[in-house]
Write a protein that binds this ligand. Sequence first.
Ligand SMILES: [Zn+2]
Length: 75
Amino acid sequence: MKAENPVTTASDARSQPDGARPDLSNANIREDLAGQGRCALVHLPTGRTCLLPLRHHGPCEFHRPQEADDVAAGR
Ligand SMILES: [Zn+2]
């Protein structure tokens, strides 16, 4: 049995800012909400944002951009 391990290189790894979460590399993060300890994951197809705490359990809960703005503004 021949096991072929494709060589994975970091050649396509884009330089990420400090604090980037590799597990979310294919998603967008609202930095203003992330700075408030929120998950802040943006569901790109809908533009909705997860307002749950960072590293919350379970799936993300996406809210409308207006709600996210309210949270970001501390309202
Ligand atoms: Zn989330």
